[in-house]
Design a protein around this ligand. Structure first.
Ligand SMILES: Cc1ncc(COP(=O)(O)O)c(C=O)c1O
Length: 415
């Protein structure tokens, strides 16, 4: 429909005014996940932290104290790079958790992990640039790269993470990505973790070819057993930029994260922040600092890890109990997510209405790829539902898979 002026009012919409990048962005799946599921549907869609882990009791006291004693900082605009005491705290925290201390010039505060991705896009990507990603990968990142009119190039994964041998072959054959975006721990969407030899191989390959690695550590602190492999940034700070977030270990409403990496890259991200939100919210920054300096992360995280480990154990039992033959799944060692592969002829986008009708929601696999893979795959989050509900959800899902598989098999036989 074209825009016209009718009786003094503009009708027909404004799509002619939309930027080219807005048309390539996509995003229906992410919008659906954030909108939630209808009542009665057991939702395994969002990578949402369990509200039981929200530190409401402690925050009550911290927020009251900040409002009483520190309103001049906490309620004011802050420097673009972050409040200096908060940056100092984050520098110390990276040293404690990753064994390497960034210089102040190598770290800024961001408004969450997603903003860090957006800042990287603004700072590093021109239309037509190539970004290499794990196939499949995080929807938000795929949308941000596509929205920057980048050419997104998926590299296959296996149980050890990104197939670095495939990446190297393609680099040797002339692929020239500006960035290689990876989520080494408990990856979104597959739940897989990149092994240490792969990490070393990745930094070696990217050093040799002069390619910047973009490491997203959203779930890094949520291993079930509390251990962590060395981060890519700690292995190779010269060639790695890291995006971190407090969404999964504190609460997403705080919208707070960090970017760490080579000083010249971080300076560009800080400059880009001047035209996004100028600064992350001061109240959230000071809350993270106060909470962290008082040792609450160390005190609270073991319970969160145990909760997610227990949810995963319940989900895996439910898989074994209910799923029909021909279904396989990844076995995460942390985080919120697992990835199911169904019999080849089952299309998880086509199956979704039947799943909703049966009272269970998942995210189909295809949107997590830049290519046309993932038709018979799907992502499940086990963070949010209680253990009894996880069992019921899998029982419902299994019924729908069985019916769909039988229906499509019958269809194929009669075709
Ligand atoms: C891999 C990954 N990176 C980044 C984000 C975004 O995090 P934030 O809430 O800090 O924007 C998410 C959120 O689900 C995620 O899964």
């Amino acid at each position: 429909m074209s825009t016209s002026v009718d009786g003094g009012a503009v009708t027909g919409g404004w799509s002619h005014a939309f930027a080219r990048r807005a048309r390539s962005r996509g995003g229906a799946e992410l919008t659906a996940i954030l909108a939630g599921s209808p009542p009665g549907v057991l939702s395994m869609t969002g990578g949402f932290p369990n509200p039981e882990t929200f530190p409401t009791g402690v925050l009550d006291e911290i927020a009251a104290r900040l409002l009483r004693d520190d309103a001049g900082v906490a309620l004011q605009y802050s420097p673009c790079e972050g409040i200096s005491s908060v940056r100092e705290y984050l520098v110390e925290r990276q040293e404690q958790l990753q064994g390497r201390r960034p210089e102040l010039s190598e770290l800024i505060v961001t408004s969450g992990g997603m903003e860090c991705i957006a800042l990287a896009c603004q700072s590093l990507l021109d239309p037509g640039d190539t970004v290499a990603v794990e196939a499949p990968t995080y929807l938000g990142a795929l949308m941000a790269f596509a929205g920057s009119e980048a050419d997104v190039h998926g590299i296959p994964m296996d149980g050890d993470g990104l197939r670095v041998d495939v990446l190297e072959e393609r680099l040797d054959a002339g692929l020239r990505p500006k960035l290689v975006y990876v989520i080494p721990e408990f990856q979104n969407p597959t739940g897989r973790t990149m092994s240490l030899p792969r990490r070393r191989a990745l930094v070696d390959a990217c050093r040799r070819h002069g390619v910047l690695i973009f490491e997203d550590v959203a779930y890094r602190e949520l291993s079930f057993d509390g251990t962590a492999l060395p981060s890519l940034w700690s292995l190779a700070p010269d060639v790695v930029m890291q995006a971190g977030t407090f969404s999964k270990v504190f609460f997403p409403g705080v919208r707070l994260g960090w970017a760490a990496g080579p000083a010249d890259v971080i300076a560009q991200l800080a400059a880009a922040k001047q035209t996004s939100d100028q600064c992350a919210g001061g109240l959230g920054q000071r809350m993270v600092e106060e909470y962290g300096r008082a040792g609450h992360f160390e005190r609270e995280l073991p319970a969160a890890r145990a909760l997610y480990a227990s949810h995963w154990a319940a989900l895996e039992q439910a898989f074994r109990r209910h799923l029909p033959p021909g279904c396989t799944w990844t076995e995460p060692q942390g985080g919120f997510l697992t990835w199911l592969t169904l019999p080849e002829h089952v299309d998880t986008i086509a199956m979704r209405p039947a799943a909703t009708a049966a009272g269970v929601a998942y995210v189909p696999g295809a949107p997590f790829y830049s290519g046309d893979e993932g038709r018979n795959e799907l992502r499940l989050s086990f963070s949010h539902l209680g253990e009894a509900d996880l069992d019921v959800a899998v029982e419902r899902l299994a019924g729908v898979i069985r019916e769909t598989a039988a229906g499509t098999a019958a269809g194929a036989a009669s075709a």
